[in-house]
Each structure stands twice: as C-alpha cells, then as structure tokens.
Design a protein around this ligand. Structure first.
Ligand code: NAP
Length: 287
C-alpha cells in the first residue's frame, strides 16, 4: 500500500498563496460565520482561522448564538456582501434546524461564495465555466495532480452524491481536460463492487466507516478517502478518534495508493478555502 499523505500537498498550496499575496494591493479578507456550536464545527472553524491568520489574511470570525434567527444571519451576510475588505464569506454548516440552509447559502453574493455552494457557482461548475469550486472536491483534484495520477480515460467511481462533495466531485472529473469516465453511487446502488472493482480511482464520500475495504479495489488503483467519522475511543484525550470511510488496515499488503484520515483530504479542504479566498481577492482587485 502507498500512503498519499496530503500535508505536503496543502503546504505547497499555502506557500503558493503566500507568494501570490505579495502582488495584491490589500490582503484577502475572509469572514467565517458559526451558528451551530457542535464540537466538529468549532474544530473546522478553528482550523480555517489558523490558516487564514498564518497567511496574514484579514480574518473575521462571527460566532452567533444558536438561538439566532434566520433574519439576523441574513442581515449579517448582507452587511458582509457590501464590505469591500471581505472577499470570501463562509457560513459553517450544518445550521440549527430553525434556519433554512438553502436561503442562507443563496444570500451570499456569488462573487464572495468561496465555499462554492451557491446555485450560481454550482451551475457554472456544471457547464464548465469559471466558478468557485467547492473546497473538498477541489482539494481531491489537487491531490490527484500532485501525485501525477492520470484521469483521462480512467474509470472513476464516486461514492456519495451530496451537493458539497459527491456531485461537484463528479462534475470536476467529467470536465473536458480531466476526461474521466465517472460513476456516481448512492445507498440504492445495487452492487457497489460491480463499479469499484473496475475503477482506477475510487473517491469515497459516504460518511460511514468501513464503506469499502480491500476486497472492493483492484490492484494498482487509487483510493481517496473523503470521510471523516468520530469513533468513541477512551484511550484518546478527546474521547474519540477520527477515521475515514475506508478500512485502511485491510489494504496493508495490497498494491493500492490511498489517502489517510487524518492527514488526508481534510487538510486540503482548508487550503482550498484559502486559495478560493485569494482568487476572490485577486479578482476583486482587478488583477
Ligand atoms: P452526506 O451528505 O451524508 O452524503 C453521503 C452520501 O453517501 C449520500 O449520497 C449517500 O447516499 C452516500 N452513501 C452512504 N453510504 C453509502 C454506501 N454504502 N454506498 C453508496 N453510497 C453511500 O455526506 P457529505 O457531506 O457528502 O460527506 C461525506 C463524508 O465526507 C462525511 O464523512 C463527511 O464528514 C466527510 N467530509 C469531509 C470533508 C473533508 O474536508 N475531509 C469535507 C466534507 C465532508 P444517499 O444519497 O442515497 O443517502
């Protein structure tokens, strides 16, 4: 098994952004809004903050009470949409149940939607136009490119069809120039192995540990594990450990390349958010 570590890939992206920032008139500005205070969301927001600060971005964190109304959140987004120092607005998902996620995402101006979740950016991606590409699938494309993994003419199976991972992932792989032959699976897929066993690349974004093990994968294939799952573990200080969707151990003696969790796609997601914010700043400065 070959481990495709992603920290070095993310570090290379961050170094490029840092270099690029020297050509800007003003540093990129990122606003992160947190409403739902679950532990995972707080961790993700903290990692984004650390990266933004490390790059010298203008970083603003808005932590709203969970009881905040949808109107309050929309009004904050309206203010940030008009704030010239802010190039990217990110609302950490999920939101509390009383807030309509779709309305919130749609309210973010398309040219500051650095998560790429708005219908405008999703539509642009689908038709191959310049858009903000959602960070996780964009990060996966970087990993493939960094490791020189060919996509043209390859069979790729994406497990999962969410709007934030599976669908944009498939859209990217289908683009002209990437040229993969893509299969997208969901929980109604009759026989997952029928698809994975003929795949050169398998991208697993199911949100369930052990979704695939080595018996699903042919020799020489590449497996990208997007899943992040918390497993209770009393031996850990935090009381849990992170695992992906792939049974990593089962691949030990196999000729398969695979991204680990942690240290895999997750670190790329944060780096891609920084890259999207940098791209937005450059565009908004007419560069
Ligand atoms: P999601 O919205 O729950 O979607 C999961 C998708 O996987 C659904 O489409 C589901 O099918 C499909 N699925 C689940 N089990 C399956 C199975 N056994 N066979 C085939 N399809 C199956 O999750 P998500 O937001 O896309 O996230 C997926 C995972 O990635 C989660 O673990 C999440 O934490 C992780 N994630 C990681 C990052 C990162 O930065 N590393 C970023 C985002 C998400 P149905 O549509 O039929 O239900």
């Amino acid at each position: 098994m070959r481990r495709l570590g992603c920290k070095e890939v993310a570090d290379a992206v961050m170094a490029d952004i840092q270099k690029g920032c020297s050509g800007l008139r003003r540093m990129p500005g990122l606003a992160v809004i947190l409403v739902s205070h679950d532990a995972a969301s707080e961790t993700y927001v903290r990692k984004k903050e650390e990266s933004a600060i490390a790059l010298g971005f203008e970083h603003r964190q808005y932590t709203l009470p969970e009881t905040s109304s949808e109107e309050e959140l929309l009004s904050l987004i309206d203010t940030l949409n008009c704030d010239d120092a802010i190039d990217g607005i990110l609302v950490q998902l999920p939101l509390p149940g009383h807030i309509n996620e779709k309305r919130v995402i749609e309210r973010i101006s398309a040219d500051k939607d650095v998560d790429g979740f708005s219908p405008v950016n999703a539509g642009r991606l689908m038709i191959g136009e310049d858009s903000f590409v959602p960070c996780t699938p964009k990060g996966v494309m970087h990993i493939l490119s960094y490791y020189g993994i060919e996509t043209a003419g390859k069979n790729v199976t994406v497990i999962g069809r969410s709007n934030i991972v599976g669908k944009p992932m498939a859209a990217l792989l289908m683009q002209r120039g990437v040229d993969a032959t893509v299969t997208v699976c969901n929980t109604k897929t009759k026989d997952l192995k029928e698809h994975t066993l003929i795949s050169d690349i398998i991208i697993v974004a199911a949100g369930a540990p052990g979704t695939i093990d080595q018996s699903y994968v042919k020799d020489g294939a590449v497996v990208i594990d997007v899943g992040v799952n918390r497993i209770p573990d009393s031996t850990k200080k935090k009381g849990f450990r992170l695992v992906g969707d792939v049974d990593y151990q089962s691949f030990e003696n196999r000729d398969v390349s695979i991204t680990p969790v942690p240290g895999g796609v997750g670190v790329m997601t944060v780096a891609m958010l920084m890259e999207n914010t940098f791209i937005s700043a450059r565009r908004r400065q007419g560069l």
